[in-house]
Write a protein that binds this ligand. Sequence first.
Ligand code: GAL
Length: 383
Amino acid sequence: MRKNALRTAAAIGALTLGIGLTGCATGSTGGDSDGDTAAEDITVGVAMPTETSERWIADGEAVKSQLEEAGYEVDLQFANDDIPRQQQQLDQMITNGADILIVASIDGTALAAQLANAADKGIPIIAYDRLINGTEDVDFYVTFDNYAVGEQQAQSLLRGLGFLDENNEDTGQTDPKTIEVFAGSPDDNNTKFFYQGAIDTLQPFLDDGRLTIPSGQIDMDTVSTLRWDQATAQKRMEDLLTSTYDGGAKPLDGVLSPYDGISRGIITALENAGYGSTLEAGLPVLSGQDAEIASVKMINDGVQYATIFKDTRKLAAQAVEAATAYAEGEEPEANDTETYDNGVKVVPSFLLESDIVVADNIASLLIDSGYWTEEEVAAGVAQ
Ligand code: GAL
């Protein structure tokens, strides 16, 4: 059987592909080292969006190393946030004989032609962290519970502002606070989940007047940040400071930020406008996402208040598990078959959980788990 008939084999529930299965259970290290595995002779194309963010470098490395450990050949490509480049990389992977694709898209709607081509060749397609929209040709989705991530972002902001305690119970604080809100890239399907989760969590405090957004900007399109770009976020914060805060003379207590790179851009704008360089010195409370090393250092140093830790090693393991299921002619196991409708179909998904990181739990969540070392946190650089 042609090995690239994996999707067909999975669809008809074939038990083996005749490529020397050991029968071992699917798992992140599902292959064994004697070479006689489902992974043997299978190439997995892994398309990552960019190397400008620590997060995606970590994902790329984790997926590659875990796939290789399980015995697969890996073709890993980063696209520098350039959509045509990602399209070309996928075309090339397919031409080069990829048997399975794992794709973290830049624009979730821009890959239909490439994926149709892959589907024609029977190549299973696993969407990685970001759902691919508007196409039949996405078989499985591994991600985090993105709505819950948004809730956690808002919870961390509310904790930093004193409205919630660490169990997310209302502290009863009535002292009103001002915030501004940012969303991620509008072409990333995750953005609306993060933003909805966050706004739903902030809404009661906006309703009872304990929180206000002085700029009035809350509509997702208005507050979004194309490509999650740090400089774009810095510019929008600068514009807000000029339009609404007298260039930094008026108080601003907090900013909802959906990603650490965006947080760093916002912090630069706030520092330049004279809000101080630490929370203690008057910097507004900021949320984040991804536990990027530069931002973990800033949290440790009392500059950024919080981030959301999404363990890329676990996400990578889940992607490898899905790939292994396809390699063995089976369907991956989903834990959500309702939430992720890509406009053409509901994509079976596996959702992981995330954690709020603040200064106090950097050690327990990030260092003890081996995600970052103490030295990396002190330096703010991955080693
Ligand atoms: C999202 C992802 C976030 C963050 C962001 C910017 O798709 O879920 O964790 O990495 O992209 O890269």
